[in-house]
Write a protein that binds this ligand. Sequence first.
Ligand code: UDP
Length: 472
Amino acid sequence: YNTIKMESIVFYPAPDRGHLISTVELAKLILSQNPSLTINIIVINPPIKLGSTAPYITAVSATVPSIKFHHLPTVSMDPNSYPNSMAIMFDHFRLVNPHVVDLLRSFSRDFTVRCLILDLFCFPALEIASELNIPAYYFFTSGASCLAVFHQLPNLYETTSQDFNDLHTTLLKLPDFPPIPLSHMPEPVLFRNNPECLYIIECATHLKKSAGIIVNSFESLEPKAVKLLSSSSTESPVYCIGPLTTTAGQTSENVHECMTWLDSQPSGSVVFICFGSMGLLSKQQLREIAFGLERSQQRFLWVVRNPPSENQSKDPMNQPDPDLDSVLPSGFLDRTRDRGLVVKSWAPQVAVLNHASIGGFVTHCGWNSVLESVLAGVPMVAWPLYAEQKINKAFLVEELKLALPMNSEPESGGLVSAAEVEKRVRELMDSEEGDSVRKRVVMKRDEAMAALSHGGSSRVALAKLAESWMRN
Ligand code: UDP
């Protein structure tokens, strides 16, 4: 008999929360447009905690039966022999690749595999896909501007023998882009001889070997970057299908105390301060923020985590809750009780940003946070900490004008002073500059809704993507 095989799309995300959840949300979106598909998702299990995704995976498995998760066997590696969590994760992708080959072969026996959609970091699987004749697409979980910069990394790496970390005045200049000092590149590439740097350069080199790059953004958010990316015939085609955001893992049965507190605040009056899932600040920095917030006289909701501990670089997401009395200045909580709330470790960010009392967001510029803020129409102050966040800041502040900058003192090892916190928070909540950023964000929110609706640019891009994998 000639049986007709079911069609499948295989996803291979990086395992950390930010990457995995937005990839699964993309899978759900594709499924909603192509209901006859089965989605197979490959999940690796590195020997480090990267924020628990298990409850999310269980919830999706229970509610969307066409999405199937396949957990790869663990590979033996000694986490203590690596300098940080990035290095562990990158080596893990190489070690686990034979299992990915086996899995892809077995999928190909059972299904017509239309395509593999993999994370930038999972490039070792690209060659297997090509051997099996499966078209491979990347899902880039940051923005189009950042993707344009990533494309330049291999070239930049070749043109200097110095560490990017030392190149404060050497600028990456792309047409119509704000100039970005090379020292603002993602920290894994700052030191050229680190294995993590070489891995990222390889990731970037492989981008153009794919059938296409799916980007979690929408065209009118980053028109210049989209134009630049589509003008080069040597690059893979780009599909901006976003913004994809989710409240997954943020809701619980009990309403978080901060939501009840927000209910009692005046409309648009509260600034929300939160640094993503991995942003940890020193005790000294926490104190500067506290004094800055206090002097700003503005209402605030602040998520405070413990300062980094010695082992933090290997396990940034699993800090115990802070003892607020010991990390914040003495008397701060009492003095600000009538206009501020500090929550420990985690707040339901999407719900918070969408609360009518929120009027501004001090963010570490993680791409999910940026999109969530845009979709909630909340203007930002950009305070980047790690990964590609300094690049995001440059675009948000200088090009897109959706955020005001938070600047550190170069002489003080990157510390942001209380005076700067006070100034920027005031500017965001109570000035003409703040108002003009607010107006632009609201405009972008409306454009985002249009992009996602029937006939909008992101819907059209998704349909083109499906056409392309059918052709390949
Ligand atoms: N988040 C949250 N509460 C927190 C901190 C983070 O809900 O207290 C969520 C936030 O809404 C976002 C994600 O965690 O969806 C963080 O992703 P992002 O890309 O902004 O930063 P990352 O954590 O990957 O650096």
